[in-house]
Design a binder for this molecule. Structure first.
Ligand code: ATP
Ligand code: MG
Length: 420
């Protein structure tokens, strides 16, 4: 049986890196009063069509859709925000407090061509600050992303930020932009040509040089922004400067989802190839209302865990070692079982991790395995130890061997705890 294309097993030798990121994130979130939320992996297909938008790549090409046995149209979630907005409305979270700060971590699914930094099942760590129009909320979420990346010692990244204004401003802009592009339609790359009437803003994002040359002289979205949009953007930039957070204004940055307005941003790393965006986010003031909820604004982001890991794996590996059991229990003899369970209970009480050898090999072989496992000590229990109510401890770094009485376990525990 083969693993599905674009999916990955996360094995024990990597999981401790994931746990480290999760622990770091949850500490930072807790300090800023963000609460974890876990929503289902499956949702109604219509949720994503209505929120992410019909003209987007995600909805058109990337969703994992299926019909369940009750003939319902269901989708494996491609991102987190739509589900959170749905949960926010369904559970009327707005009745408890005016600002809801939520964070999440979980698998997302997109049918894309698998490559470095792009999987079909991947994970996002994200947050949403729901309930405020204040540009300080934008600065708060961006600040937390930076704090997390810095704490994880992710360096070499850049933040790009833009304002994509409000729906009406974008609507006017789209008309002029499309009119302009129509003059050059034959010179556009195929992908952009296809988007001309469905999702023209995404053409700004095109990597094609010819298309980029055409865009160079095209009308600029910023010139279509009204005072309110501009003020919001200026405030966000002012806060970022105050916070000493580096950013570049990228006037061509539009995000792949329909629901954004005002602030849009992406954090890119220089350490990855083409798939260089590790975090994407922005403001989505009308999404909750669009989905049938009250008119409540929000801003948030999502970090791609796999891409983040690619950039910090090496440093993290050196910094946090995968802790191996420190005591290897080598057993040899007829009536040792009961004593072993007593010792295991004792080690647990004293918070000492252990590895019990379950093979009936010679003591020599067990010692070899203990070395291979990089255990610090081997606790040997044979008929001799049972008869004398003691255990033998062999320090694996020096091969020194010492016996400890089980009557007073103080010395044994002290030795095991201090062995290195
Ligand atoms: P891209 O331009 O790389 O396709 P996107 O704009 O589709 O990214 P978002 O929807 O903003 O991505 O998701 C936020 C983050 O999730 C991305 O910046 C990226 O780190 C990660 N991500 C998105 N799609 C994938 C994928 N297929 N595999 C791994 N990570 C992904
Ligand atoms: Mg994408």
């Amino acid at each position: 049986m083969q693993l599905l294309r674009g999916t990955k097993d996360i094995l024990p030798d990597e999981i401790f890196l994931w746990q480290h990121i999760e622990k770091t994130a949850s500490q930072i979130m807790k300090l800023a009063n963000y609460h974890e939320i876990r929503t289902p992996i499956i949702e109604s297909t219509s949720l994503f069509k209505r929120s992410i938008g019909n003209g987007t790549d995600i909805v058109n090409k990337e969703m994992y859709n299926f019909i369940d046995q009750g003939s319902r149209e269901i989708t494996l979630r491609p991102e987190g925000t739509a589900s959170i907005a749905r949960a926010f409305i369904n559970n009327k979270l707005y009745t408890h407090t005016t600002t809801n700060r939520l964070w999440y971590l979980g698998p997302m699914f997109r049918y894309e061509r698998p490559q470095q930094g792009r999987q079909r099942q991947f994970h996002q760590l994200g947050l949403e600050c729901i309930g405020s129009l204040n540009p300080m909320a934008d600065a708060e979420v961006i600040r937390i992303a930076h704090k997390l990346l810095n704490e994880l010692e992710c360096s070499n990244y850049n933040m790009e930020i833009n304002s994509i204004g409000q729906l009406e401003e974008r609507h006017k802009y789209k008309q002029s932009f499309v009119e302009y592009l129509e003059r050059y339609v034959n010179d556009l790359d195929n992908n952009s040509k296809n988007k001309l009437y469905t999702n023209p803003l995404k053409i700004l994002d095109s990597k094609d040089t010819k298309t980029q040359e055409i865009i160079y002289d095209a009308p600029c979205l910023h010139d279509y922004l009204n005072i309110k949009s501009k003020k919001h953007f200026d405030k966000v930039c002012e806060y970022l400067e105050f916070l000493n957070i580096q950013y570049n204004i990228n006037k061509q940055l539009v995000r792949g989802l329909d629901y954004y307005n005002y602030t849009a941003f992406e954090i890119k790393t220089k350490l990855l190839g083409t798939q260089d965006t590790i975090c994407g986010g922005g403001r989505y003031d009308s999404l909750i209302q669009e989905l049938g909820g009250p008119n409540i604004p929000a801003v948030g982001w999502a970090i791609g865990m796999e891409r983040l890991l690619l950039t910090i794996k090496n440093q993290l590996n050196e910094k946090i070692h995968n802790k191996k059991p420190i005591v290897y229990l080598a057993v040899n003899g007829q009536n040792t079982e009961k004593e072993i369970f007593n010792i295991i209970q004792l080690l647990e009480q004293k918070d000492i991790s252990y590895h019990l050898d379950l093979d009936t090999n010679s003591l020599q072989k067990q010692l070899k395995k203990a070395n291979k496992q990089k255990a610090k000590a081997c606790l040997i229990i044979r008929d001799y130890e049972i008869k004398n109510n003691c255990v033998t401890v062999k320090k694996l770094s020096t091969s020194e061997q010492e016996q400890f009485s089980m009557i007073n376990i103080h010395d044994l525990i002290k030795t095991l705890k201090t062995i290195n």
